[in-house]
Design a protein around this ligand. Structure first.
Ligand code: N2P
Length: 360
């Protein structure tokens, strides 16, 4: 009898497990609050498997190959546009997304430039690609009155050479770094002109000896620990590094700047792959993220701007008042959008990038 009882409860247990829903998320590294997933599971009973990447190219290769097994991904707007054209993402069922009402209409209208009617996507977070630097180390090498507000810091070979010893890093993101170089040379950051693109690559090669590495996530800890002094990186990641340095109380003072020549503004988008095993859970997750408090918690932790209007009053003032995160109207006017290039231009950019990174 005892044996039978045990068996019955074991069966009940395995039935519970079999019924437990799963949601597979593929998101950028360092891009969510510590308790977001836990809270989602507590609210819905859905178990989350959470993997991370730090490059749009890596995500894109997986998405184009298909059968990734993911239910939810977060491509950047321009990459997403190309992936939507390739049939990678499914249309959202907006009847399952009542919290859409919380989103900032102007920003969503901007994102509709990459996805007509926001049919396949919702903005997760947005930011800029600028420069993070160690205030003390830069002052030691370039003088206390060095403004630190220009791409000169990394694109002027003489300036960069003076910083080489304390360590410059750049994102391993050709479609973000090459446009910054184009813009510095006075060209359209989205130029597809081969001569201009070549000139941008030549500029990067001229500073290449002063660059310690190209990587898109390592710089957070390196800046925070004082192991590097300059990083061309993503806004929130630099602020997070600053936060980590403050917490460690290690004397490292970091700043993030949207250089006065302008910078790239991007949107990262919540999307559901067309072959997602559990699109229903993915919809639940997107709606959960659009909850004002949940989004505010994420922004308060990762220091990236949200596009959730209802969340704004719940975001720490330290963040909402920081012009590196929520740029001023003048600074906003200098931000450029990321645009998709043709496959041919894209291949050309990839080749140029390889030659820059390898220094050949
Ligand atoms: C998070 C970086 C996300 C920004 N670490 C890239 N668009």
């Amino acid at each position: 009898m005892k044996f039978l009882t045990l068996t019955a409860s074991a069966l009940a247990l395995s039935a519970t497990f079999a019924a437990a829903e799963e949601l597979r998320i593929y998101n950028w590294s360092d891009y969510i609050a510590e308790d977001t997933i836990e809270k989602f599971t507590a609210a819905t009973g859905i178990k989350v498997i959470y993997d991370v990447y730090d490059s749009n190219e890596v995500l894109e290769a997986k998405m184009l190959a298909g059968a990734s097994g993911y239910d939810l991904t977060v491509p950047t707007s321009d990459f997403m546009q190309r992936q939507i054209e390739a049939g990678v993402y499914q249309k959202l069922d907006k009847s399952k997304l009542p919290n859409l009402k919380n989103m900032d209409k102007e920003l969503m209208a901007g994102a509709a430039g990459y996805d007509a009617d926001n049919a396949h996507s919702v903005i997760y977070l947005w930011g800029t690609t600028g420069i993070g630097y160690n205030v003390g180390m830069i002052a030691d090498r370039l003088g206390a009155d060095y403004a630190g507000d220009s791409w000169d810091m990394v694109f002027n070979p003489e300036t960069a050479a003076k910083l080489a010893d304390c360590g410059i890093s750049m994102l391993d993101a050709p479609t973000e770094i090459i446009p910054a170089a184009l813009n510095y040379l006075g060209h359209d950051p989205n130029s597809a002109d081969k001569g201009e693109l070549q000139a941008a690559a030549d500029l990067l090669k001229s500073v290449r000896p002063s660059i310690r590495y190209f990587h898109s996530s390592q710089y957070i800890n390196d800046l925070a620990n004082g192991d590097t002094c300059v990083a061309v990186g993503w806004s929130g990641d630099v602020f997070m590094a600053r936060d980590r340095a403050d917490e460690a109380d290690n004397g490292v003072e970091l700043a993030y700047v949207v250089p006065n020549e302008g910078a790239l503004q991007w949107f990262d988008m919540l999307t559901i792959p067309v072959d997602a095993p559990n699109p229903d859970a993915a919809h639940k997750f997107i709606d959960f993220i659009m909850d004002a408090q949940i989004t505010a918690d994420i922004t308060n932790y990762v220091w990236y701007a949200s596009a959730n209007e209802a969340a704004f009053p719940l975001i720490d003032e330290e963040i909402t008042s920081d012009i590196g995160i929520f740029p001023t109207v003048e600074a906003k006017a200098k931000l450029w959008p990321s645009k998709v290039q043709t496959p041919k231009t894209d291949r050309f950019i990839t080749r140029l990038w390889t030659s820059v990174v390898t220094g050949q």
